[in-house]
Design a protein around this ligand. Structure first.
Ligand SMILES: NC(=O)c1ccc[n+]([C@@H]2O[C@H](COP(=O)([O-])OP(=O)(O)OC[C@H]3O[C@@H](n4cnc5c(N)ncnc54)[C@H](O)[C@@H]3O)[C@@H](O)[C@H]2O)c1
Length: 255
């Protein structure tokens, strides 16, 4: 039995590294997938990869900061699949310019928050009623291990947005439990995507960070996809309100 047999998923940021790996895995595990992204070409490439593994997906271009666009995207997915029971709020940004609050640029702070946090709220607002109509399902929110750890090289706007997503996850879980909807989050550590690679230009600094990972490697998009798939699946049927740190053991490692 496939983990997501018969599920209908709405995956935001599905054109990006983790969203793409998740969309492909969800499809492999039996779900049909609406791949939402502000970047249409990236979403279409994900759909192509889903088709290549024998799955079914549709690409929908939408900016999740814009409520009217979110509503249209949800309506399109529902019209295509006859409903929705799974939401993966994965889209997010982590700009390089985001550092300490001491040098904080309020415009950048709002930009990060509007995509990471407002986008999560808006997609939840418009998808959850369909999950209720489907008789229940699951929401998976993308947080970060920076929601629970401070760092010497801060990314304060990003960390704060991901902490808020963790809080929202717990609140949603309490509100939606009686309607058969589980809400959990994943909080990954560094997953080596092209974007994250740029944060580690110096091999020596990269090696120092790697030494802190008990499992001896940085994450891969498939690591996040695997946890998101589990959280969305019926195998997690008594799990809600949790934000699971996925970091190869970094957050357990004090020197
Ligand atoms: N890569 C990591 O190490 C890591 C670690 C922890 C958490 N995360 C989180 O995982 C998620 C995915 O990260 P990724 O590494 O795949 O990044 P990515 O940049 O590869 O993918 C993000 C996707 O979101 C899309 N997007 C951006 N703004 C959007 C908007 N307004 N509306 C719709 N789509 C939009 C982008 O076009 C992109 O395709 C993010 O929320 C990120 O914060 C990543």
């Amino acid at each position: 039995m496939k983990q997501l047999e018969g599920k209908r998923a709405f995956v935001t940021g599905g054109g990006g590294a983790l969203g793409r790996a998740s969309s492909v895995l969800f499809a492999r595990e039996g779900a049909v997938v609406a791949v939402i992204d502000i970047n249409r070409a990236a979403a279409e490439e994900t759909v192509r990869l889903v088709s290549a593994v024998g799955g079914r997906a549709i690409a929908i271009e939408a900016d999740i900061r814009e409520e009217a666009q979110v509503e249209l995207a949800v309506n399109q997915a529902v019209a295509e699949f006859g409903g929705l029971d799974t939401l993966f709020n994965n889209a997010g940004i982590m700009p390089h310019q985001d550092e300490s609050f001491l040098d904080g640029d309020l415009e950048l702070w709002h930009q990060i928050s509007s995509i990471n946090l407002d986008g999560t709220m808006l997609c939840s607002k418009h998808v959850v009623p369909h999950i209720v109509a489907a008789g229940g399902g699951a929401v998976v929110n993308m947080s970060s291990f920076l929601a629970v750890l401070g760092t010497t090289y801060p990314q304060d706007g990003y960390a704060a947005s991901k902490g808020a997503i963790a809080s929202l996850t717990r609140s949603m879980a309490v509100q939606l439990g009686s309607r058969g909807i589980r809400v959990n989050g994943l909080a990954p550590g560094p997953i080596m995507t092209a974007h994250v690679e740029q944060f580690f230009p110096d091999p020596a600094a990269r090696a120092i960070r790697l030494e802190r990972v008990p499992l001896g490697r940085f994450g891969q998009p498939e690591d996040a996809a695997g946890l998101a798939c589990f959280l969305a699946s019926d195998a997690a049927s008594w799990l809600t309100g949790q934000v699971i740190v996925l970091d190869g053991g970094i957050s357990s490692n004090y020197l």
